[in-house]
Ligand binder design. Structure first.
Ligand SMILES: Cc1ncc(COP(=O)(O)O)c(C=O)c1O
Length: 389
């Protein structure tokens, strides 16, 4: 009977694949003493000034529905923040507040993709990108990142060849989860020109843009695009303000989409909580010191992990340019999901299996290094017998 109920759901729901990262995490969450390096989440709490802003907002009585596109003062703050950081010229009509980067991606899928539309994405890639667009009925095709001469590379021509005139959108997550690959400005210019010529949407998943190892922000399409280019940038407060549990993000879209994005928000969530949005204002206005602190903690953690990984002859590890993951290949590993389960059982270290990021990720494991050194040291001591096998 229960299978009959499941078979009676929408084709979109039944065709969705479970996240293999979540499957490992759910195994681990049932056990004690597990080191959880599976999700893209830092261990550090949200800063007091952001927490206090939410509390004060609640105490002031900010308990009501909000405008569908978000509170105007947060939209203004996002314009100010982005214009200063990226040298663009955003206006509030271009900003919609979303309850998370994930919901931002879902809105992109809902506003852009009709059933059967061709959507191009990058592999290895975060599985929820494929999930969101699959839920909208799109056909997903991917272009592959490849390790060449010790760096992750994606040839621009390979992407352009894939972006045939029948393509609806290309989703570019840079810095990329899981590899840390970053698309450079010259590549962005070429992709933008091609997409302009063929009326193909670019969805830039910029969630890790501040977690960039070579400057204040990774190269952004927002710095080079015109106001009416077919570009939507998805962003989030989760990663660099340590606000994963708050569920707050934003998208930047052409101003003409403002009303449609408002309508879609109405039918999805009817906006984000007002006190959470007030906390977002403080994060952007006063949070730069917290961001720098996080970046220096991450740098320390990264260096430690890179050094540890270099000691295992079975491990091949390419330096990331951004995000906060070590995505490493283990010689002889052919079933990363089974390996991640075995590692969990034998060592109590929670890692994400490479296969969760697509076929191109098979043979790899992903470790989120947003942890203090003592936790990472403990994790590597536990992992050593497995990685030395
Ligand atoms: C590439 C990428 N995009 C978007 C998100 C969404 O983040 P959130 O929903 O927490 O804002 C994540 C989270 O891990 C991610 O890795």
């Amino acid at each position: 009977m229960s299978q009959k109920i499941l078979d009676n759901l929408s084709q979109r729901a039944t065709s969705l694949q479970a996240s293999k990262i979540r499957e490992i995490a759910e195994l681990g969450m049932k056990q004690d003493d597990v080191l959880p390096l599976w999700f893209g989440e830092g261990v550090w709490p949200t800063s007091d000034s952001i927490v206090n802003a939410a509390v004060e907002s609640l105490c002031r009585g900010n308990h009501k529905y909000q405008p569908n596109n978000g509170a105007i003062n947060l939209r203004e703050q996002i314009c100010q923040y982005s214009n200063q950081l990226l040298g663009c010229n955003l206006t509030t009509q271009r900003i919609t507040i979303t309850p998370s980067g994930m919901q931002g991606l879902m809105l992109c899928a809902q506003i852009l993709a009709s059933p059967g539309d061709k959507i191009v994405t990058i592999e290895p890639g975060w599985p929820n990108i494929v999930g969101a667009f699959s839920a909208a009925g799109a056909n997903i095709e991917s272009v592959s990142l490849n390790p060449v001469d010790g760096i992750w590379q994606l040839d621009t021509q390979t992407i352009i060849d894939k972006l045939t005139p029948d393509t609806k959108a290309v989703i570019i997550n840079s810095p990329n989860n899981p590899t840390g690959w970053v698309m450079n400005k010259a590549q962005q210019l070429e992709i933008l020109a091609h997409c302009r010529a063929h009326q193909i949407w670019i969805v830039a998943d910029d969630v890790y843009s501040r977690l960039y190892r070579h400057g204040a922000s990774a190269p952004s399409f927002l710095s080079i695009a015109q106001d009416d280019d077919l570009l939507i940038s998805v962003n989030s407060f989760s990663k660099c303000w340590s606000m994963t549990g708050w569920r707050l993000g934003w998208i930047v879209a052409p101003a003409i989409l403002e009303a449609k994005l408002g309508q879609l928000t109405e039918f999805n969530t009817s906006s984000t909580a007002g006190f959470v949005q007030d906390a977002g204002i403080v994060a952007l206005r006063d949070g730069e010191q917290n961001v720098s602190q996080l970046l220096s903690q991450l740098d320390e953690s990264y260096r430690f992990c890179a050094q540890q990984l270099s000691t295992f002859s079975r491990v091949e590890f390419i330096q990331p340019e951004g995000a906060f993951y070590c995505f490493f290949k283990v010689d002889g590993l052919t079933d990363s999901f089974a390996a991640a389960k075995q590692i969990m059982q034998e060592t109590k270290v929670g890692l994400a299996p490479g296969i969760a990021f697509g076929e191109k990720g098979e043979g790899y494991l992903r470790l989120c290094y947003a942890q203090p050194l003592n936790v990472l040291d403990n994790a590597f001591q536990r992992l050593a017998p497995f990685l030395n096998k």
